[in-house]
Write a new protein. Structure first.
Length: 190
């Protein structure tokens, strides 16, 4: 919602819950979310620190500890990398963001299709931010649009990608290729 101050305040409440003090995995999630939010404030030092705290807490967590199904279903090193990616992407530190994207994609479990698509869309934006137009377009085109069509969040990310590409290099071959792809493939799914 582009309200990082409110998001930080809400996340601070979650990070102070007793469960976050008792279980390092909950603490790690709180720190990782904090890193993603802090990216929107432009504070690179705070993002680095929050990611380091999240990694430390996750390393201290006991994998066999009983936790709610919702936490076990999505939070692991791959999700930590994805949240770090979001933070660094918001900062405009595209090279570091790309590294987190590749680590997240390498660690993601096979069933995490939507997360894989979101991470891939973020990777494409990080590549675009570094001026790697052809690689960015190829990455964005690799996001599967089937079997169920694109999730609204992914659709929004790809529309943002296309807009950013048009601003960066409006008449380039990669921009033209993306426009044709978006027109021929994406519009029929949205």
């Amino acid at each position: 919602m582009a309200r990082p101050v409110d998001a930080l305040a809400a996340n601070d409440v979650a990070r102070r819950l007793p469960i976050a003090r008792r279980d390092p995995m909950f603490a790690s999630l709180g720190h990782a979310r904090h890193a993603a939010i802090l990216g929107q404030t432009g504070d690179q030092r705070a993002v680095r620190q929050a990611v380091a705290h999240a990694e430390d807490a996750l390393a201290r967590s006991e994998p066999s500890h009983e936790r709610p199904l919702w936490l076990n279903a999505f939070y692991d090193q791959a999700e930590l990398e994805n949240l770090a990616l979001a933070g660094y992407l918001a900062l405009g530190d595209y090279e570091v963001a790309e590294g987190h994207a590749h680590r997240s994609l390498a660690l993601l479990r096979p069933g995490m299709r939507r997360t894989r698509s979101i991470t891939t869309a973020r990777l494409a934006k990080a590549q675009l931010g570094q001026g790697d137009l052809e690689e960015a377009v190829a990455t964005a085109m690799s996001i599967p649009a089937e079997p169920t069509g694109l999730h609204p969040r992914i659709n929004s990310m790809l529309q943002d990608f296309g807009s950013t590409l048009q601003i960066a290099a409006p008449s380039s071959h990669p921009a033209t290729a993306w426009d044709h792809y978006a027109h021929d493939t994406l519009r029929t799914l949205l």
